[in-house]
Design a protein around this ligand. Structure first.
Ligand SMILES: [Zn+2]
Length: 252
């Protein structure tokens, strides 16, 4: 969601930034284009890995993997349910449910097992009060407020600037954007840890008779990498706005 949002803002900034009488933006465009290219490469790589691993069957479904991993971790108050859509898999700490997308819930493939085990990894984090998950959950209300406001504040800030006004509304927008960027980085240890827990469990389970450590690790690694790219893209956008702000202040 954050990524799409960035692109909308980006196309908007292209028009306004070009009219601003400032010095070269080349390096910043290179950073932005580089981060967009990297996002595209990582998500293409992840999709190709997952489509390959969707073809390799194992004797249990995503739902059974999730239920077994919960049981092995002595977690009895978390439910595994099916949720509509594609790539909608998530753990909901509010009602203690592992939500698996329909294809993962019913599918008996390596890809489904990796996704299911990763989501249960979040349930295990919750049960063990893993501190990065606690911090992330505590920040959710602030981040929601920031992401609701950031688009409009940045837009007003840039329009004001283009009309020769004060850069401080843009400064406020940058502050809000920084909150969402920080959140994207706090998400990283949470995601890598969930994948590490999933891999550890998979390695010890009977499922390893059907596929090797390398395949499980690769599926989980590429899924986590999309979060790294998301965080880096967010940082690239943040730096870009900071650059516009500093340039405007220099002209004051
Ligand atoms: Zn996750």
């Amino acid at each position: 969601m954050i990524e799409l949002f960035n692109i909308d803002l980006l196309s908007y900034t292209v028009q306004t930034a070009e009219t601003a009488p400032t010095h070269s933006y080349t390096i910043y465009w290179l950073i932005l284009l580089g981060s967009m290219l990297l996002s595209w490469l990582v998500s293409a790589r992840m999709k190709s890995r997952f489509s390959e691993y969707s073809q390799i069957s194992i004797p249990v479904t995503g739902r059974q993997v999730a239920e077994q991993m919960l049981k092995d971790n002595h977690i009895t108050d978390v439910k595994v349910i099916s949720t509509p859509g594609h790539l909608t898999d998530h753990y909901n700490p509010a009602d203690k449910t592992v939500n698996l997308s329909e294809s993962v819930y019913n599918s008996n493939s390596i890809a489904a097992a990796a996704v299911a085990a990763h989501e249960v990894g979040h349930a295990v984090q919750h049960a063990q009060a893993y501190h990065w998950l606690g911090l992330r959950s505590a920040l959710v209300p602030i981040v929601q407020l920031s992401s609701n406001l950031v688009g409009i504040v940045l837009m007003i800030g840039i329009v004001l600037l283009a009309m020769g006004g004060s850069p401080w509304v843009l400064g406020l927008g940058i502050g809000l954007f920084a909150v969402t960027t920080a959140f994207a980085f706090i998400t990283l240890p949470v995601e890598f840890d969930a994948s590490a827990r999933a891999l550890k469990w998979l390695d010890r389970s009977h499922l390893m008779n059907y596929f090797d450590h390398g395949k499980a690790k690769s599926a989980l690694f590429w899924a986590a990498m999309t979060y790294v790219v998301g965080a880096l893209s967010s940082l690239a956008m943040l730096l870009y706005y900071v650059f516009i702000f500093l340039n405007a202040r220099g002209r004051e």
